[in-house]
Design a protein around this ligand. Structure first.
Ligand code: OSB
Ligand code: MG
Length: 378
């Protein structure tokens, strides 16, 4: 990936908040969401508009970031730095460097970079997918299934997704909702369905023997069993468990990816652009994993059509050999804010065609669901 794009000048950045109800509550080991409060970034140049979606949650439960905090750091720390640079023309490839003095806040940085990149790619008439190095337009689609109120309810939910054609099922687990749900899903739907679990940090270093009880069920992977800062703990667990260990929360950068791989903490990595500070860093993680023979897959963060389309551009890169959390818009939303929502076709989702992220905003629906909007200018 080289920066061969003509730079742009930012004229305005709009931060818009929307409130979207989820079709069903989404429960993980860290909490339950009934609806999402989403921060969108709209970058305006003289000629083009670009959009970015911030994936920080309503509350700081997946990571320390949360939507109010992301907006605050954008307004008071990140956007002023972008505007200070803006006397010169800017490339999206400069954004991470400009924002680097501000520690962390990767989801906020990622959303700004995404919006600049989308605007710049549209101005250059280049698609995000081709710029990132994507080689696939049809992407196998996996679905993430929340913790249910009962095993019966889980069976019904998973059966519904399998009927829709999803190519892979991921079950959220936590202590007490771990072996039994997996056993029942295998018993009900058979040994052939691609199945994996995600603990979102809910277990401890002492749970190796418990997690090894998942081995007979032939799972694709166990995602993030331990807290994000316990890389050595994951290496210990990886020795006690036959199922491959995959990291999500721990991998906040390409450096963290290399570190985790070299320490034997994981054999697979989930890549989320928001978690790592942007799509450009996400590609670097893809590359370091590819060089080391570590397959990757594309994670999701309950995105709208904007983030969903951008994730598909990333998921088309060659080392994304494991089915990702790239489900259809209707998995989470009754109505999406884009005019052409992502749809499931024979267990796959299709990358939108066009420059930038190639999505079009349904402006009247966007206005209906907006709760605030502010515009900042250099
Ligand atoms: O751990 O992958 C996760 C959603 C919010 C926060 C963390 C995670 C998730 C999911 C949903 O699993 C994936 C999706 O958007 O489809
Ligand atoms: Mg996860």
């Amino acid at each position: 990936m080289i920066d061969n794009l003509e730079p742009i000048t930012i004229r305005a950045i709009e931060l818009r908040r929307i409130s979207l109800p989820l079709v069903t509550p989404f429960r993980t080991s860290f909490g339950t969401d009934n609806s999402r409060d989403i921060l969108l970034v709209r970058v305006e140049t003289d000629s083009h508009v670009g959009w970015g979606e911030c994936v920080s949650g309503n509350d700081p439960l997946y990571s320390s970031e949360y939507v109010e905090g992301s907006q605050h750091v954008m307004v008071h720390h990140l956007i002023p730095r972008l505007f200070a640079f803006n006397s010169a023309r800017m490339s999206a490839h400069d954004v991470a460097h400009i924002l680097e003095p501000v520690k962390d806040h990767r989801m906020a940085k990622a959303a700004l970079e995404a919006a600049v990149l989308d605007a710049q790619l549209r101005a250059n008439n280049v698609s995000l997918a081709s710029h990132l190095g994507s080689v696939n337009e049809l992407i196998p689609s996996g679905v993430s299934v929340g913790i249910a109120n009962s095993i019966d309810e889980l069976v019904t939910t998973v059966g519904g997704y399998l009927d829709e054609g999803y190519a892979r099922i991921k079950l959220k687990i936590e202590p007490g909702w771990d072996i039994e749900p997996v056993r029942v899903i295998r018993q009900t739907f058979g040994d052939h369905i691609p199945l994996q679990v995600d603990a979102n940090t809910a277990f401890t270093r002492h749970d190796g023997p418990l997690l090894a009880q998942l081995d007979p069920f032939n799972l694709l992977l166990i995602e993030q069993p331990l807290p994000e800062d316990d890389v050595t703990g994951h290496a210990l667990i990886a020795k006690q468990v036959g199922t491959p260990i995959c990291l999500d929360e721990s991998i906040v950068s390409s450096l963290a990816a290399v570190d985790a791989i070299e320490r034997g903490a994981c054999s697979i990595i989930n890549i989320k652009a928001g978690r790592v500070g942007g799509y450009l860093e996400a590609v670097r993680i893809h590359d370091v994993c590819r060089e080391r023979g570590i397959p990757v897959w594309c994670g999701g963060m309950l995105e709208t059509g904007i983030g969903r389309a951008m994730n598909l551009a990333l998921a088309g890169l060659p080392n994304f050999t494991i089915t990702g959390d790239v489900s259809a818009s209707e998995r989470f939303w009754k109505k999406d804010i884009v005019t052409d929502p992502i749809r499931l076709e024979n267990g796959q989702v299709r990358l939108p065609k066009g420059s930038g992220a190639a999505v079009h905003i349904d402006q009247s629906f966007l206005n209906d669901v907006s709760t605030s909007a502010i515009t900042l200018r250099p």
